[in-house]
Design a protein around this ligand. Structure first.
Ligand SMILES: Nc1nc2c(ncn2[C@@H]2O[C@H](COP(=O)(O)OP(=O)(O)OP(=O)(O)O)[C@@H](O)[C@H]2O)c(=O)[nH]1
Ligand SMILES: [Mg+2]
Length: 363
């Protein structure tokens, strides 16, 4: 499962967004200052799963899920330790930085004013400084160890960290550093925060909704920050989205249309996270259960089978695969079979977005 963590300064709307994403609409708000992460699960909306469910009428339908961790914000300048202390940040596949542009005199901003450009940059700097602290500490340790025994692996680790250090010192996140496959593996264990894909969510004022959302990203400097690799930005109004999410679906759709929005905030945050991480979905279908699974793009069939169950990966023989579009066009699996559209694929087959898969395996 894809894991994301909400990061941001106090009172920017993280918990409001968390409640929206995880449908924990009525859950009590996390108390300010509470340090642990609150975890929640968001269901990934996917019209294809809805269509498959209509076709199979299964007892159960299970959407793909994304985990969100909500952590109370700390004012800027609290120090690298504060960020590194939070396991949910380190463990996340992606960070979602909630940047506030809404103004409300009753809800003061910790920095004394609302300034999305400043906050976006300040958080990036904090991620970079947190990583730099880790790099420096490890380099010191490595220097000592290398005196005792020079191994090729330790030298390679030192080499890549010596590339990271000046990069971070120049104020650049590790996201934008080009790193080869082996070095990427060497760095993975450090769980560097500035290397994680970053989604910037501009939490806009309800009064700004009328003028459309995209130009707000430009106006507040977030579009510019999201031009680099593994970075994206979207704008939404968490407070209004949460109100909309509590309406009946038909009313919610009408409300969104009134605001000139084509998709809910939930849809947009999830979609942006998927694009950011290059995730795709495949499906398993049947009368018992129709289910969506998320995997990184480029994953082979055997590994994808392992997402369903380790037995399926271990005993993998072949995968029966049909494209979603073909199944929908034919209306039934049997018709796809008759037309030769159900392929038998081996373990090296690269799973495509929308594949419907049945794994044949031996126990
Ligand atoms: N006016 C307005 N208020 C909002 C908006 N989003 C959130 N708020 C309000 O801002 C306050 C803080 O929101 P939270 O979601 O609790 O903020 P947070 O980022 O979780 O705060 P910490 O957990 O303390 O870091 C709440 O009273 C929200 O209702 C918005 O878009 N507009
Ligand atoms: Mg909160």
């Amino acid at each position: 499962m894809l894991r994301t963590a909400l990061i941001g300064y106090p009172a920017t709307g993280k918990t409001t967004l968390f409640r929206l994403m995880t449908e924990a609409h009525d859950a009590p708000r996390a108390a300010h200052g509470k340090l642990e992460a609150t975890l929640g699960i968001a269901r990934v909306p996917d019209p294809r799963l809805d269509a498959l469910t209509a076709m199979y009428n299964p007892r159960k339908h299970v959407p793909a899920t994304v985990e969100f961790a909500d952590i109370p914000g700390r004012p800027s300048g609290t120090g690298a330790d504060a960020l590194l202390d939070v396991a949910a940040y380190r463990n996340a596949d992606a960070l979602v930085h909630v940047v506030r542009s809404f103004t409300d005199p009753a809800i003061p901003h910790a920095a004394g004013s609302v300034d999305p450009r400043r906050d976006g940059r300040a958080m990036e700097d904090e991620l970079i400084l947190a990583d730099l602290a880790v790099v420096e500490k490890r380099l010191e340790r490595l220097a000592k160890d290398l005196k005792k025994s020079r191994t090729a692996e330790l030298e390679k680790e030192q080499e890549i960290l010596l590339r990271c250090k000046p990069h971070l010192e120049h104020g650049s996140p590790l996201r934008v550093l080009e790193i080869g496959g082996d070095d990427r593996r060497r760095l993975r264990g450090f769980q560097f925060l500035s290397a994680k894909p970053l989604l910037l969510v501009l939490n806009v004022d309800e009064r700004d909704l009328a003028g459309g959302l995209d130009h707000l990203l430009d106006r507040h400097g977030l579009a510019e920050m999201a031009t680099g690799p593994l970075t994206r930005a979207i704008a939404l109004c968490a407070k209004i989205e949460l109100e909309i999410a509590q309406l009946e679906p038909a009313d919610a759709a009408a409300f969104l249309a009134d605001l000139g929005l084509t998709a809910s905030g939930l849809d947009r945050v999830i979609r942006a996270s998927y694009e950011l991480l290059g995730y795709i979905s495949f499906f398993t279908v049947g009368e018992d259960e129709c289910r969506a699974w998320s995997i990184p793009r480029g994953m082979a069939a055997q590994a994808a089978a392992g997402e369903i169950h380790t037995d399926l990966s271990r005993g993998f023989i072949r995968a029966e695969v049909v494209a979603y579009d073909r199944l929908l066009a034919r209306g039934a699996m049997a018709a796809c079979r008759d037309h030769g559209e159900v392929r038998l694929e081996g373990k090296e087959y690269i799973v495509l977005d929308g594949d419907i898969i049945n794994v044949r395996f031996a126990t």
